[in-house]
Design a protein around this ligand. Structure first.
Ligand code: 2M8
Length: 437
């Protein structure tokens, strides 16, 4: 029954060569959505899983960046804000012919490709893996070289949208330092608040800042040289970098299948984990926190981003223990029998907002990552509790974009791609055979 709902949701969101996150709110192709969606499609429409990933990577830029949105040129102007006319990707020398955004999202794609292959290791899957491998390597190279603004082995994000957790309290301080005036939004039509209640979404002032950061990057033709000298938002994010580390582990598994050497991937994975622990783990709070490169300081909000490094198979034992303790604290409430869903933000914080985007509600994709991390580190009891809570959300409310962190009520878009896809993955495999990496 639930499985049928999930498959119907994915089928309804399928659009010639990709799956839209939502027909209403997000009608184009999104980067990390496609990776999560491919993981689910592998269970029911394996051929589409590869089309989803390969379609996205066809829009990869010559410098290796995988854009966070690939625009569907068949849609009318105004179908999403900011649309292709705002991003103006054609101004960048490295951009492909197809219109895209100019920023990236967490690199969960190598993991998705590896999991899709494991699910159905057919000749077609092997051929797709061969085609994707050099592109996945180029994606990692872009992040490791052009985005290592801190110079110590981590990639930085240049926009809150790159984190995937756009409106997280984690970004409040660095965002507040971006000069902007909410009045500029009078010149634009926000598409999101035509489809979702404004009280659930970022404010106009947030959007004015989002737009200002894009404009700064775009006006420099999306170049990454001298970001430290000119770019208004530069942050090292624990989830983003944990995804990059896991990508190297996945590439180390893929490499022998495509005639490549896994050694360099293993070495890079170890270096990322080491840098993550050195730069983003705070021994005082015993959790991972993003670092603002403009001030050099760790950002204090305790968000679900801090739990993400658990997905790294080589995370040292003291940090595993600390993250599991943080997840089990009253802030996040992880348990073998969960009373409430995993929130996106510390539920004891005074500014916890159960309805607003990434400031409290529960999301299937980050819960899926945390669950995978728990399995990776031998916490099957907690993973089972989290998995049951995740399935319970969809059973109670359908394939919503996100869920109320107290009641489990469905919020955001009602027919959401990654919710459906990751539910399929959970249903098919409550015990992950590849959990060690
Ligand atoms: C949300 O982000 C977009 C901008 O990329 C938006 O708010 O308009 C986030 O939840 C992001 O993680 C997700 O990839 C995207 C599409 O589902 O929506």
């Amino acid at each position: 029954m639930l499985r049928r709902l999930a498959v119907a949701t994915l089928d309804a969101n399928w659009e010639h060569d990709h799956t839209v996150p939502s027909r209403t709110l997000y009608p184009h192709q999104w980067s990390w959505d496609s990776a999560f969606i491919a993981i689910g499609l592998a269970h029911v429409r394996p051929e589409r899983a590869w089309r989803e990933l390969e379609g996205l990577f066809r829009a990869q830029w010559a410098d290796g960046r995988v854009p966070h949105i690939v625009f569907n040129p068949r849609l009318p102007v105004g179908a999403y804000f900011p649309g292709p006319e705002f991003w103006a990707s054609a101004r960048a020398a490295d951009a492909p012919a197809a219109p895209t955004s100019g920023i990236v999202q967490p690199p969960v794609h190598a993991l998705a490709a590896w999991l899709a292959y494991l699910r159905v290791p057919s000749a077609a899957a092997h051929a797709a893996l061969r085609r994707l491998y050099p592109r996945l390597v180029a994606q990692q190279r872009y992040l490791a070289t052009r985005r290592d603004v801190g110079g110590d082995g981590l990639a930085c994000v240049v926009h809150p949208w790159e984190s995937g957790l756009d409106n997280s309290p984690a970004w409040d301080a660095p965002l507040a330092a971006v000069p902007a005036d909410a009045a500029v939004m009078r010149a634009y039509r926000r598409h999101d608040i035509a489809h979702a209640p404004a009280a659930h979404r970022p404010t106009d002032l947030d959007y004015a800042r989002y737009v200002a950061i894009v404009a700064s990057y775009r006006d420099a033709a999306y170049r990454d040289d001298d970001l430290a000298g000119r770019h208004p938002f530069l942050v090292e994010c624990p989830l983003f970098n944990a995804a990059a580390g896991v990508a190297e582990h996945a590439l180390a598994r893929i490499a022998p299948l495509v005639g490549a050497d896994p050694g360099p991937h293993r070495e890079r994975a170890a270096r990322i984990t080491d840098a993550l622990v050195r730069r983003l783990y705070d021994p005082a709070t015993r959790t991972f926190q993003p670092r603002d490169l403009r001030t050099g300081r760790l950002l204090p909000a305790r968000t679900v981003l801090g739990l993400a490094p658990l997905i790294l198979p080589d995370l040292p034992a003291p940090q595993v223990e600390a993250v599991v303790a943080e997840a089990r604290s009253a802030r996040f409430g992880l348990a073998a029998r969960m009373e409430r869903p995993l929130p996106s933000y510390d539920r004891t914080a005074p500014d916890f907002e159960p309805l607003r985007y990434w400031r409290g509600p529960s999301w299937m994709n980050v819960a899926w990552l945390v669950r995978r991390g728990l399995l990776t580190h031998g916490r099957a009891d907690l993973a089972a509790g989290l998995g049951r809570s995740m399935v319970g959300l969809v059973a109670g409310a359908g394939c919503h974009e996100y869920f109320h962190p107290d009641t489990g009520a469905g919020l955001g878009s009602p027919a959401f791609g990654w919710t459906a896809a990751l539910l399929l993955d959970l249903l098919a495999d409550r015990r992950d055979p590849d959990a060690e990496g």
